[in-house]
Design a protein around this ligand. Sequence first.
Ligand code: ATP
Ligand code: MG
Ligand code: MG
Length: 564
Amino acid sequence: MKPDPSFPLVTRFPPEPNGYLHLGHAKSILINFGLNRQHSHDGTLRTNVRFDDTNPIKESEEYARSIIDDVSWLVGPEYFDGSTTSTSQHFDYLEDCAKFLIKQSLAYVDKSDKETIRQMRGTLTQPGVPSPFRDTPPSENLELFEQMRLGSVPTGSMVLRLKIDMSSPNLNMRDPVAYRVLTETSHQNTGRQHNVYPMYDFSHPIVDALEKISHSLCTLEFEGHRPLYEWVLDKLSPFLPSYPPPTQMEFSRLNLKYTVLSKRKLIRLVESKTVDGWDDPRLPTLSGVRRRGFTPSTLKTFVSRIGVSKVDSIVDFGDLENVAREDMDKTAPRGFVVTSPLKVTLTGPPPSHTSISIPMHPKDPSFGDRSVPFSSSLYIERTDFFDADGPEGKASSLPKGFNRLTTAQSARLRNAYVITVKDVVRDGDGNPTELICNYDPETFGGVTPEGQKRVKGIIHWVDAPTSTTCTIMQYDRLFNTESPGSVTDDILDDVNPDSIKILSGAVCEPSILSTCSAHLAASKDSSSLHFQFERLGYYALDKDSKSDKLIFNRVVTLKDAWSA
Ligand code: ATP
Ligand code: MG
Ligand code: MG
């Protein structure tokens, strides 16, 4: 039979619903959906999302739901409508395949325990030893397998093994296990209906064939399993639907420095409460990076840049951040936010400009302008004022190259006036609480009047009376080391204790509040709303935000700080 002419290419993404998806899975999803290129495919590729749900002990509905959500988000409704297949829907058929092999003397029931089987299979330097059960006649094996199926034998008491080649140099071919007994566990789809569960190596090629997959893409560690994949398809060819058999092809895993891409390790972080759930913005889970504000488009570009190859590579997280920066530079409207406000009061006549029109995007006029209120009561960043006479200034001298505000140095309020400090109001400890400043009306909008020296430092500001308080979440690496857990074997030993900074007293300009309120009112995915907070970085609205309680996650800083 020929392949389906409308879909000559059929792939599948086969997650096990035993955890949330991570960035490694994003690579696999995008490759399988043919979206790992700048442009999308030509429509001749079909991709199944298949739950490889053969281990009910570790699997759950919650995980399955999160996987559907994450795949939908990443590839979009155009490529994935939310419908899935599963290995479990073929459990009966798979058991029939096993019986077929038993009848052909190609599978047998082994009553040895797990450790004995492991030893019998030998090592790379040690040949395998045939099991004493290897030559049980098919009729007896059929009976034993029936007992396994009915759950009349205890969990772990016997397995079904494929009869291949105990002397093969490829360990995978030394009579691998095809079925195990598991009687006490309820499966999320099939309940207590089945007492035997197939192993990946047995079920995967069969379900691929049933789903008419043309290319079964997997990561490199399965290269040595390919002969087994082909053996299963070959021996079952009289039993399987007559259709060109699928081909297994391998590509390299994605590994990222300073983080972990393994569900087992991610579960450890979540269960130890090192992070705040699976969608903690510090995690490399898809729900985490989504909440943090990375977009599907950023992930697509990232995966297309790292490419598909058979060479294992360890990629810098900074590479992903660079792509995010490039993307958001084009798509994010600008705004003023002050994270640690210091009050500034302007003296003299009230400023003639009570609102200033500023482009939403400096390079793209299609974003339009925003109207930014201005008055004599403002906030600036505490760090934009060097207080030579305060406790901080006495402890250290003016940092080299500091060209922002001091009592001796004027600075420009971005898009507005040059200001000069006249007086510093202090608290009991001598720390400044307010700056009393003069402003020069002649300097509005970047003008340097004749005869005056050009002011170097330009700082951002927020008008105090019209400002809104918001919370800014700043994230750093979750781990201190490139390869977490490599020394002590416990990733928790390498967790960075300062991976999160919460600035709950930040203030933002009115245009940010109105954009967020409109976005929230339209019930849009909050993290899809991005801003560049000028001089600070790119931020996304957090999902816990409300119009009267804005929370922003820093996606990335403006410049790459990691390589510094
Ligand atoms: P983990 O080790 O995190 O548990 P897994 O491979 O067991 O991952 P599955 O749910 O079985 O997780 O994976 C579904 C698909 O995603 C598989 O085809 C697998 O090869 C692929 N995949 C998993 N991790 C990566 C990775 N780091 N890079 C590329 N592909 C990956
Ligand atoms: Mg797996
Ligand atoms: Mg796994």
